[in-house]
Design a protein around this ligand. Structure first.
Ligand code: ATP
Ligand code: MG
Length: 379
């Protein structure tokens, strides 16, 4: 008897374990089916379009496609917190927004612009005393003591435009004021924005200002503003239209900005004559500072700055300064470097008067050459 029930129990036990292993197998198979179904579904759904949200109006959005077309579309109810500039997935047939593309929310502006905490000091700049004071008043003071302006009840300019011949210290001034206010220095170059970031210029401008606000206090330095903001005869080509769009975005940023916020703009150009008047209209870059070639006193100071670490012997400064009349700060620096090279070539550890005279000649020749090249190229 005993053995029979033992056997039955054993058999029962066998079945139970069998059941659980079958159940386990069943579960795995179900998962596999589920997975394959999902995969199948992927093959059946058409690809979504990636579009950019231009604007939001109530519960609808204006989408912009890569080709420039814009559409007024619905937003699926599970997509929320959209804002202009976001990238989204839209259904191909009706462009209903079905999801947000999270990773593209912010394309990495930090890769495209130069962000820096410059270490240029006011002492590194020769001449330009009045210009320096004006920049301090317009940029430095509002950043360091906004309460002064609040008390008196005036609004400082949003930024400044530095204009004048090349190599006169415009970039240097912008860096110096960033350093003196301990601001983040964000540099964009107009021509690069236009050439390198085709189709992205406007977006980049928007993101740059967003970044500037995040990293405030900051100074957005726009070099070669003319490449972006010149008066155009025709805006026929798509390239021109793109520049125009980038420019419009820049104007929008300028308009949207609070005077007493801690983001300031410094723009620079050698060609103020071709700027679109829109950018220098009151309330935008309406404060303009002309940065001229240095006068004699300026040349003396610049020469002093660039020779401060050099070992000089029997150098008649006045003669050299006289020879340098009409040259820019950048050329003065080039002369000092060249003079150093003359000394090195002659195996000397100090620089003598004649080194400077030869260097002046060399740099002047180079400038002349460049000028002839320019005439050859552009008439
Ligand atoms: N006033 C100055 N004092 C001292 N150094 C100067 C001065 N002006 C120019 N330099 C020297 O020339 C270099 C170039 O100057 P900077 O880049 O500021 O010129 P810029 O006006 O911005 O020229 P560009 O219009 O070509 O951009 C500086 O790094 C500096 O070494
Ligand atoms: Mg410059």
């Amino acid at each position: 008897m005993g053995t029979k029930s033992d056997e039955l129990e054993k058999a029962m036990y066998g079945y139970t374990t069998n059941i659980s292993s079958l159940e386990e197998e069943n579960r795995i198979l179900r998962n596999t089916i589920e997975h394959l179904k999902n995969e199948m579904a992927k093959f059946h759904t058409p690809p979504f379009l990636i579009c950019e949200v231009r604007d939001l109006i109530d519960d609808k959005a204006i989408l912009s496609l890569k080709n420039g077309n814009e559409f007024f579309v619905n937003i699926s109810s599970n997509v929320n917190k959209l804002k202009p500039g976001d990238f989204v997935l839209a259904h191909q047939k009706n462009l209903v927004i079905v999801d947000k593309v999270h990773s593209m929310k912010k394309f990495n502006v930090e890769k495209f612009v130069i962000i820096d905490k410059p270490i240029v000091s006011w002492k590194d700049i020769g001449g330009l005393a009045a210009e320096r004071e004006e920049i301090k008043e317009v940029i430095e003071l509002p950043l360091l003591k906004p309460e002064l302006f609040e008390k008196v009840g005036i609004k400082p300019p949003k930024g400044i435009l530095l204009h004048g011949p090349p190599g006169t210290g415009k970039t240097l001034l912008a860096k110096a004021v960033a350093a003196s206010t301990n601001s983040t220095f964000i540099e964009i170059v107009g021509s690069e924005l236009v050439q390198k970031f085709i189709g992205e210029g406007a977006k980049l401008v928007r993101e740059i200002f967003e970044l500037a606000r995040e990293k405030a206090p900051s100074i957005v330095f726009i070099d070669e503003l003319d490449a972006l903001a010149s008066q155009r005869m025709d805006i026929g080509t798509s390239g021109e239209r793109e520049v125009q769009r980038t420019f419009m975005q820049l104007l929008a940023e300028l308009d949207g900005f609070k005077e007493l916020g801690n983001v300031k703009i410094i723009a620079a150009t050698n060609r103020r004559d071709i700027l679109d008047p829109a950018v220098i209209r009151p309330g935008r870059l309406d404060r303009q500072i002309y940065i001229d070639l240095p006068d004699t006193k300026g040349l003396q100071q610049i020469f002093k700055i660039h020779t401060r670490d050099m070992s000089l012997k029997k150098v008649n400064r006045n003669t050299i300064i006289h020879e340098m009349e009409g040259l820019s700060g950048a050329e003065v620096r080039a002369i000092c470097t060249e003079a150093g090279y003359f000394a090195i070539r002659e195996d000397r550890s100090h620089v003598v008067h004649d080194d400077f005279i030869s260097a002046v000649e060399k740099v002047k020749d180079k400038t002349k050459e460049d000028a002839t090249d320019f005439v050859k190229m552009f008439g």
